[in-house]
Design a protein around this ligand. Structure first.
Ligand code: BG6
Length: 463
């Protein structure tokens, strides 16, 4: 049976400035929170490979984009690094950054690749992080200014803009989990950061509308559908809370233009009031997006707490519910994430049924696998059949969702060329194209790359 997609389906891939650009110290770029965190704690990064060891898109973007074209992909998302465009709080854009991003955008357009540009991918410039980052409300106006500069200089050629990639991640990894500076272990600070980020998103949308740029703007959310262990009321409550913190904290402001009253009340009741100022509701109302990017990797499974938490330990989402380790779940052992293709369908159906069926697309989905060299064949390329299987299983669910009326316009794999994965550095590889780190960063198409070339040519695949 042939699974056919629409003629104008966005077959694409996603990456980000901090993970693939490189040129970290070139062209006047300022260090971001990741560069500084690597200086502070290199041992936390796999094989001590830091953010400057990227795929060098900064110098090799023409090669990457030509390869993208060769595989028939027609859309590509990356990000403009704030730390490159306006280093050290500059008010005038850095000329080298203008040159670089202009060249990237123009090259894409020349090749017939539609640019999707994101403005923030966990990468706060260090000079703003030192002043409190997203905990400091002042950062929002600087971020808005950065967005305005992006629209002014590149708005005439970029049809899709995004305020943030996965804005709930920084609160989780830096303020609840121990994975990024300032390693706060403080849920109150985390949710303050999330709240300020939601305001920043709305400011970006407002700046976008004021700029008059003829394009669409939105946000990219890592939606993890929340499944309870059972129908027991306490399990249901656990799943509800996980959904509230992880998903609705950003779905409500960006899809409904409101901040969840339930979340506000929960934080208030638990003595962690959000830093709400008078008039914020009017700002948040401006945050309704034109387009939503859905990053889907894995669901969250939750259950009622088994034990009463230590009352003196830091408060975390898991103070209120437990993670449920469902027997028999299929796992990606390298990344430790569950593989559950139906989750992508559930995400899209939820957007259709509960959020006005807004225009959406799968902005990230993918499978990180360690030590892929073991699958290299005699022709010299990696046979990543597991990735082809993973993508097919998820695309089948996307296809079903579209058949049932979901307004989903495309599928972007994470990622195109293997890129630097934060603390995991190059442990797990995600791309259609291998990055040979020890071979002058040579790009070698994997079997999945040849496979997607056929898929893009035929607008579908046989199952
Ligand atoms: C997404 C992010 O959460 O997942 C990417 O937007 C990230 O930046 C990707 O690289 C895969 O996760 P990881 O941690 O394996 O790199």
């Amino acid at each position: 049976m042939f699974k056919e997609f629409s003629k104008d389906f966005w077959w694409g891939a996603a990456s980000s400035g901090p993970q693939h650009e490189g040129g970290a110290t070139e062209g006047g770029r300022e260090p971001s929170i990741w560069d500084k965190y690597y200086e502070m704690a290199p041992n936390r990064f796999f094989n001590e490979i830091g953010p400057s060891e990227c795929g060098d898109f900064y110098h090799r973007f023409k090669e990457d984009l030509s390869l993208l074209k060769e595989l028939g992909l027609s859309t590509y998302r990356t990000s403009i690094q704030w730390s490159r465009l306006l280093p050290y709080g500059a008010t005038e854009p850095n000329p080298d950054a203008l040159r670089f991003y202009n060249e990237v955008i123009d090259t894409m357009l020349d090749l017939g690749i539609t640019p999707f540009m994101n403005l923030h991918h966990f990468d706060m410039p260090w000079s703003f992080q030192e002043k409190g980052g997203w905990e400091n409300r002042d950062t929002i106006k600087h971020y808005r200014y950065f967005a305005e500069q992006c629209f002014k200089h590149f708005g005439d050629r970029v049809p899709y803009w995004f305020s943030f990639n996965e804005p709930i991640v920084v609160p989780y990894i830096a303020y609840i989990g121990d994975y990024l500076y300032p390693n706060a272990m403080d849920m109150h600070r985390a949710m303050n950061v999330a709240y300020h980020t939601a305001i920043a998103h709305a400011e970006m949308m407002d700046a976008f509308r004021e700029s008059g740029v003829k394009a669409k703007a939105g946000i990219i959310l890592n939606i993890a559908p929340s499944y309870p262990r059972s129908e027991h009321p306490e399990d249901l409550k656990a799943a509800r809370l996980a959904d509230l913190f992880h998903n609705e904290s950003f779905k409500d402001p960006s899809l409904k233009g409101v901040y969840s009253e339930e979340l506000i009340k929960f934080m208030q009741d638990n003595k962690m009031p959000l830093p709400i100022l008078k008039g914020d509701d009017k700002i948040i109302a401006k945050g309704k997006v034109d387009v939503l990017g859905v990053n889907y990797y894995a669901p969250q499974r939750t259950k009622a707490k088994e034990n009463i938490p230590n009352p003196k330990a830091p408060i975390r989402p898991e103070t209120f519910f437990d993670i449920y380790d469902m027997p028999g779940k299929k796992m990606n052992p390298y990344r430790g994430w569950e593989i559950y293709p139906q989750g992508i369908y559930d995400c899209l159906t939820d957007i259709k049924d509960n959020y006005g069926n807004i225009e959406t697309f799968i902005s990230e989905n993918g499978m990180g696998v360690e030590n892929e060299e073991r699958f290299r064949n005699e022709k010299g390329y990696i046979e990543d059949d597991y990735r082809i299987g993973f993508i097919t299983d998820h695309l089948n669910q996307v296809h079903k969702a579209i058949d049932e009326g979901c307004n989903c316009k495309g599928y972007h794999l994470w990622t195109f060329v293997d890129n630097w994965s934060w603390q995991n550095a190059y442990k797990n590889r995600y791309g259609y194209v291998e990055l040979q780190l020890n071979n002058n960063k040579k790009r070698v198409i994997k079997k999945s790359g040849y496979w997607i070339k056929e898929v893009t040519k035929n607008n579908g695949y046989e199952i």
